[in-house]
Design a protein around this ligand. Sequence first.
Ligand SMILES: [Cu+2]
Length: 66
Amino acid sequence: MKKIKIEGMTCNHCVAAVTKALESIDGLENIKVSLENGEATFEEKKPVDPAVIQEAIKKAGYEFII
Ligand SMILES: [Cu+2]
């Protein structure tokens, strides 16, 4: 399981937006986004470039802290 830090989430809409962004990435599964902890966890069915994840989260309007 991988864990990433996400900055900027303030409510459940943010959680939904980040979840959707992560779900749009091919190769990720079991995505869980925690508003409380400001993080997301997921499994990689196949290796995913962190830059792709960062880009998707950025596009959704949040910041992925490596
Ligand atoms: Cu929000």
